[in-house]
Design a protein around this ligand. Structure first.
Ligand SMILES: Nc1ncnc2c1ncn2[C@@H]1O[C@H](COP(=O)(O)OP(=O)(O)OP(=O)(O)O)[C@@H](O)[C@H]1O
Length: 402
C-alpha cells in the first residue's frame, strides 16, 4: 500500500506568540502547562504519522483534543506553526496561494457536520457547487453532480430544495457534493454526528459501500468509538493535541498505549472487533489432494508433526476438508492396500472467513474438536483458529482494557 498523506512534526499553536508556545511544546510541556505559562493554546503538537492510499483513517479523541485542527492543516484551512503535510509527496505547507487553490479543488473535498447546503439552490445545484468553483461548464457539472447524487441514493431529488429533505438526505447531498469533484481524498469532520442513530448507521454503510467501489483515501473525524470501529481501517487517538496511538482497531484494543486510550476502549466487546484473520495461525499440516494421494503418507505426516489434524487443499490451496489421525487409521484398516485420501477426509467441515469476527466464529470454535480452518474470499486456506488461541486472545484483550 502506498502512502498518501505524510504528517511530519506537525504543530499548531494558537495565540499571539506561537513561537514561544512551540519552544515549550518541544521541551515536552503539556498543553495545560503551556496555557498556564504563556496563555497560548496548543491545537496540535508533534504529530507524525502516515495515511495510506485507499484506507479509511479515523481520528478520534475527546472534545478539544485537536482533531479538527489537525485535519484542517491537511488542506491548509489552518496554517501549521511548524512541520509538514505531504500529499503524494507534495508539500502542502509550502504551496503558493494559486497552487493551494488548485490543490484543494482537485485533491481534497471536505464534508462537514453541519451539511452546509445553500438553501436557495436545488439539490442538483448544491451537489454541483464544488464543480462550479472549479469552473467546470454547466452541462458537465450537472452530469457529474447527477451521477454523484445517484451514488448516494438521491436519484429523483435533483430539483428539490434542501429544506424539503430529511437530515439524512441533506447529509447525502453534502457527501454527493464532495464526491462530484472526484477527489482522491475525502476529509469528513464529524460528518454523521448530527444524524439520528439509524440514519447514521445507514450513512456509515453507504460510505463503506462507496469505499469498496472507489477506494478513496478517507480521513474521518469522530468522537464516537462505535463509529470508529465500524468504519476505520486504522484509528489515530488524540489527547491534548498529541497523537497518542495509531493502529488498527484490533492492535489498539489488544495493546492500548496508555490509560487514556484504555478508557476509550473500556466496554468494547473484543469479540466484535477482532477477526479470524487477526488470530489465524498456519501451524497445521496441509495436504494437497492428488488423484492417488495415499493415506499412509498423510498419516505419517500427521505423526511426524505431532498433530491430530491435517487440512486437505486442492492444487490452488482452496480448502476441501480435513483429516484426523483417527479417520485415517479407520480408513487404512477398512481399505487395506488401495486406500485413498478421498475415503478419509471430512468434506463438510466448515471453514470461516478471514473477516468474520470472533463473535461470528465462536459457535464453530466451541462446537468442534478440531481447530477451525480459515479461508479468504476465494476459499483459499490461510490457517486455523484453535480454541486455545481464541481464548488466549480474549483473555489478553480483556486484560488490556481492564
Ligand atoms: N481558532 C482558534 N483559536 C484559538 N484556539 C483554538 C482555535 N481553534 C481551536 N482552538 C483550540 O485548539 C484545541 C483543539 O481544538 P479542535 O477544535 O481541533 O479540537 P477537536 O478535537 O476537534 O474538538 P471537538 O471534538 O470539540 O470539535 C482546543 O483547545 C481549542 O480550544
Amino acid at each position: 500500500m502506498s502512502e498518501k498523506i505524510q504528517i511530519e512534526g506537525l504543530y499548531k499553536i494558537f495565540g499571539p506568540n506561537p513561537k514561544k508556545g512551540l519552544e515549550l511544546s518541544k521541551k515536552g510541556l503539556s498543553k495545560q502547562e503551556i496555557l498556564e505559562k504563556t496563555g497560548m493554546t496548543v491545537g496540535v503538537q508533534d504529530a507524525n504519522f502516515t495515511i495510506d492510499e485507499g484506507e479509511i483513517f479515523v481520528i478520534m479523541g475527546l472534545s478539544g483534543s485537536g482533531k479538527s485542527t489537525i485535519v484542517r492543516m491537511f488542506n491548509r484551512l489552518i496554517k501549521p506553526t511548524a512541520g509538514n503535510v505531504l500529499v503524494d509527496g507534495q508539500n502542502v505547507t509550502t504551496m503558493t496561494h494559486d497552487e493551494l487553490v488548485s490543490f484543494r479543488l482537485h485533491n481534497m473535498s471536505m464534508v462537514f457536520q453541519s451539511f452546509a447546503l445553500l438553501p436557495n439552490l436545488t439539490v442538483l445545484e448544491n451537489a454541483a457547487f464544488g464543480l462550479e468553483l472549479a469552473q467546470v461548464d454547466k452541462k458537465k457539472r450537472n452530469e457529474r453532480a447527477g451521477l454523484a447524487l445517484a451514488q448516494v441514493g438521491l436519484e429523483g431529488w435533483e430539483d428539490s430544495l434542501p429544506a424539503q429533505l430529511s437530515g439524512g438526505m441533506q447529509q447525502r447531498v453534502g457527501l454527493a457534493r464532495a464526491l462530484a469533484v472526484d477527489p482522491a481524498i475525502l476529509l469528513m469532520d464529524e460528518a454523521f454526528s448530527a444524524l439520528d442513530p439509524l440514519i447514521r448507521t445507514e450513512m456509515q454503510d453507504e460510505l463503506i459501500n462507496l469505499q469498496e467501489k472507489q477506494k478513496r483515501t478517507v480521513v474521518f473525524i469522530s468522537h464516537d468509538l462505535d463509529e470508529a470501529l465500524r468504519i476505520g481501517d486504522r484509528i489515530a487517538i488524540m489527547e491534548g493535541g498529541r497523537v497518542v496511538q495509531v493502529g488498527t482497531p484490533e492492535d489498539i484494543l489488544q495493546n492500548p498505549a496508555d490509560d487514556y486510550v484504555r478508557a476509550f476502549f473500556r466496554g468494547v466487546d473484543p469479540t466484535n472487533v477482532i477477526s479470524a484473520g487477526d488470530i489465524v495461525r498456519d501451524v497445521y499440516p496441509t495436504i494437497i489432494k492428488t488423484k492417488d494421494g495415499s493415506l499412509r503418507t498423510t498419516h505419517e505426516l500427521l505423526s511426524q508433526k505431532d498433530r491430530s489434524y491435517g487440512y486437505v487443499l486442492d492444487s490452488q490451496r482452496r480448502f476441501l476438508g480435513l483429516v484426523s489421525t483417527e479417520s485415517l487409521t479407520k480408513a487404512i484398516e477398512e481399505n487395506t492396500g488401495k486406500a485413498s485420501l478421498d475415503k478419509a477426509y471430512i468434506k463438510d467441515a466448515t471453514a470461516v472467513n478471514m473477516d468474520d469476527s470472533m463473535q461470528d466464529i465462536l459457535p464453530e470454535v466451541a462446537s468442534r474438536n478440531w481447530p477451525i480452518p480459515v479461508v479468504n474470499e476465494n476459499n483459499v486456506y490461510k490457517g486455523v483458529v484453535s480454541k486455545y488461541s481464541f481464548l488466549k486472545t480474549l483473555h489478553r484483550a480483556d486484560q488490556a482494557v481492564a
